[in-house]
Structure formats: C-alpha cells, structure tokens
Design a binder for this molecule. Structure first.
Ligand code: ATP
Length: 451
C-alpha cells in the first residue's frame, strides 16, 4: 500500500471510529477497564443499523422465498459436533511471533517474512486453533470440554433431519441462521473488521450433487444483487475465486466478495461449495441417517451444500466506509467553505428514517411535532430534536445518515398561510426541500422507502 493511501486510510478509519463513538454507533467493549481486544459494543444507533441489516437479509433470504426456512440453534453444542466437522483438528491459523518486539501475527496475512511492526525476524509458524474452549459443569475435565461455535453452519447440519422431517421441503432447499460466532483471532484489527466475537448471517442450501455448479453460480449472483440492494458502490466490490491452496478444509470451491476498504481489498462475505463434507462427517460420527430420500426418483443420497456466509459486523463496517462523505454545503444559508459530514446510507439501512424539528420552541409547534412523532414512530425509527439552530440539527442528522428531516414552522400552524397544516421535508443527499401535507407525510416516507 502506498504511503499516501495508508495515511488517507488511517485518517478515514480514525474519523469513522470517532464518529461511531460520538454518535452512539460503536463503543470499545469494557472501555472503563481499558477495553478488551477484539470485542465491541453497539450503541443505540449501532443496534438499529445491525437490526436493519439483519431484517433486510432475513426478509430477502427467508421470508420472500418458499425454499428457505430459518433456524436458531444454541451457541454451545455437544463437542462431538466440532470433532466431526474437523474444526478441532483443522480450524487453525498459522501463528508467528516477532523475535524482537514479540508482536504476534497470522503468517498467511503477511506480505513479507519479517515483522511488519519492527522488521524483526519471525519464528517458524505454529498452528493455532481459533476455537474458544471452556468446560460445562463443575468439573474441568476433557470429557466436559465445550467450544463456543466459530460458525453458525454446524448447528444447521445437525438439525438437517429435524427441519426436513418437520417441514414439507424438497431438495433444493435452504436453512438460514443469524447468530453469534466466536474466533480467538490471532490479531483482531481494523476496528470491527476482525473481531473475536461477531455475528454471522449464513445460508446452507441443500442440493442434489449434480447441481453444485449451477447453484454455486446462482448464489454468487444473488449475493451480488444483495450487496447492490443495500447501496454498496459497484466500483468498491469485487468477486475473487479462491486458489486451491487457499480453500478451507471443507470446501471444493469458494469465492469471496471483497470490498475496497481503506486498508486494502478484503473479504466481506464468502460463498462456498461444501460438497457433502459436513453431512457425511456427521453421519460417520453420529451413526445417524442424514440421507435424503427423493420419493419421486427413489434416489437416496447425501445432499451437497452451497453456503453463503457473511459477517454482520463486517457488513456494517463496509456500509460505514462506503457511506462516509465530507462535502461542501450548498444551501441558501451556507457560507463558502462550509462543510458537512454525511453518512449516505441506503435509506433502508439508515438507523433513523426521519428527524422531526420544530422551527422554534413555541409550544404550538412542539405539539404538532410530538403528534407527528407519535404517529410516525409506529412505523419508522424517528428522532425528535429541538436543540440548536435548524442548520445544526440538519448536520447532526446528516452525520448519522438520516434521509429525511421534517421541519414544522410558523406556516404549519397559521390558517391564513399557504403552508397551513404542512411541513418541509429536507432530503439528505440533495439538501432540497419539499412542502408536504401533515396528513400525507407517513405515506410519503413509506413510498420513498419502498421505491
Ligand atoms: P478470514 O480469512 O478473514 O479470517 P474466513 O475466510 O475465515 O475469514 P469465513 O470462515 O468464510 O471467513 O467466515 C465467513 C464470514 O464471516 C466472513 O466473510 C466475514 O464476513 C465473517 N467473519 C469471519 N471471521 C470474522 C471475524 N473475526 N470478525 C468479523 N467477521 C468475521
């Protein structure tokens, strides 16, 4: 990475880090005790953003499809699950230490074979298992050892038969899950990009083995249109196929969706052809019948699986990077050189859909705003704000990406005025204003969000 790109990138990541803290999106976990590496807390707006990402994904992948159902498995499972899946033996990263400064790195992520921090010599790589382990019950023995799941996928495989037997699904069909995953990452870094506790949205799509390539391509295309639907800029996204030597122990084929982060092109999500690897291993280890019987063709087989796997935290970071802009204000009241920071979130992602402001603290204006707030909040996340000048209030909402700001002014309450019983709506990206009848505002926002 060139020095200029590096400086620019650090400054954007620093700006985002500070904006997220200032506006209640992301906080360092355990901050009052100097934090804990690789863990993050999500503030009032962060929670809304994550919920919006998850809801949109769930709607698209589960609710709007007849061939996919949802599942919510426990995080802690019988440790045989992880023996069977290969994670106990193979879910490792190569770890190296710097002999001079003792800093620790993942060898496969290093560009050169020397310490990136001080140039010192590195130790030989050792394999380090990423699963967090603990003990269940009072006795700390090998028999009681359990793991925090490092992916949500295995919970789906071990419930494959439960879901199949309790639903009327036929292959091809999918099971989706959203939930926490834990990895004892060697080097958590780049804000929420690589954490030790994170959340995944995963789909396991069960297919006939002959259809693997067809459905692999199908889900790659679907992921592409998903990322566009949440507003990510096309030029910042690319698809990269894994080389054979990069493939995870369970995968026949894999492509990563990569995003052009300030710290370089990095994986945002992965699509994997996991063959029949996982179901086969669970059949062998548990002795249970996890075959699929096609009652039309009378064929009995182990389904293959195409997996789509995406981190919510990583998606959130991507959205923040993609949406962040600093631009010159260009309004009737702005002076030359006035700048605004704006998060140009896609309107469906924005944590607050509309700001509601009385032009002054006059009780009659506040009353109208409060009524509007009570009505709109039944359907959308809205924010009432009466503090400071209107310009400052706009800027506060720009910084958190609110697409619409409604201002109730003196005309709203003046029966003699043309603007009686209407308010102005200011649009975040164009900064243009429209006058809309109070009774129509809810419908107007609904239409805008649907369009
Ligand atoms: P990497 O090579 O970056 O460690 P991976 O290839 O091991 O990632 P997968 O196992 O394919 O990742 O995980 C699927 C998705 O889960 C990733 O694309 C990413 O969005 C998310 N993810 C994985 N590890 C982390 C992490 N430590 N922090 C946040 N998100 C993660």
């Amino acid at each position: 990475m060139s020095k200029t790109k590096e400086n620019k990138s650090y400054s954007l990541m620093d700006k985002l880090n500070s904006l997220c803290k200032r506006r209640g999106i992301i906080f360092q976990s355990s901050e009052i005790y100097d934090g804990i590496n690789g863990c993050w807390d999500f503030g009032p707006l962060g929670v809304e953003l994550r919920k919006n990402i998850k809801d949109l994904w769930w709607k698209r992948i589960v609710r709007q499809r007849e061939d996919v159902v949802g599942l919510d498995c426990s995080i802690i499972m019988n440790s045989m699950v992880w023996k069977a899946s290969g994670h106990v033996d193979s879910f490792t990263d190569p770890l190296v230490d710097c002999k001079k400064c003792n800093h620790r790195f993942r060898e496969d992520l290093l560009e050169e074979k020397v310490c990136p921090d001080c140039g010192g010599e590195l130790t030989e790589p050792r394999n380090f298992n990423l699963m967090f382990q603990t003990y269940m019950g009072a006795v700390e023995s090998d028999a009681n050892k359990i793991y925090l799941r490092p992916e949500t996928a295995q919970g789906i495989y071990i419930n494959f038969k439960n879901v199949l037997n309790s639903s009327r699904l036929r292959i091809p069909f999918g099971i989706a899950q959203i939930g926490k995953a834990f990895r004892n990452e060697i080097n958590p870094r780049n804000f929420i990009f690589r954490s030790r506790e994170f959340e995944q949205m995963e789909l396991q799509y069960f297919i006939h083995p002959n259809d693997a390539d067809k459905y692999f391509d199908y889900w790659v295309e679907d992921a592409d249109s998903w990322f566009k639907s949440i507003g990510l800029k096309k030029e910042n996204l690319r698809v990269r196929a894994h080389e054979d030597n990069e493939l995870a122990h369970y995968a026949r084929k894999c492509v990563d969706f990569e995003y052009n982060f300030p710290f370089g092109w990095q994986e945002l999500a992965g699509i994997h052809d996991r063959t029949d690897f996982d179901l086969k291993r669970h059949i062998e280890t548990s002795g249970k019948d996890l075959y699929y019987f096609d009652d039309i063709t009378k064929e009995k087989f182990i389904p293959n699986v195409i997996e789509t796997s995406e981190g919510i935290d990583r998606t959130l970071l991507t959205i923040l990077v993609d949406a962040y802009e600093e631009e010159e204000e260009n309004t009737k009241t702005s002076k030359q050189g006035d700048m605004r920071v704006v998060l140009k979130f896609h309107k469906t992602i924005a944590p607050v859909k509309a700001g509601i402001f009385p032009l002054s603290k006059k009780p009659a204006l506040i009353e109208v705003c409060k009524k509007l707030e009570a009505d709109l909040s039944k359907e959308f996340a809205v924010k009432y704000d009466q503090t400071g000048s209107i310009g400052r209030r706009y800027r506060r909402q720009d910084e958190i990406g609110t697409p619409y700001c409604i201002t109730v002014d003196f005309e709203t309450i003046d029966p003699e005025s043309e603007g009686f019983e209407s308010a102005t709506i200011r649009i975040r990206d164009t900064m243009k204003q429209e006058r809309i009848n109070l009774a129509q505002i809810k419908l107007w926002i609904r239409d805008e969000l649907d369009s």
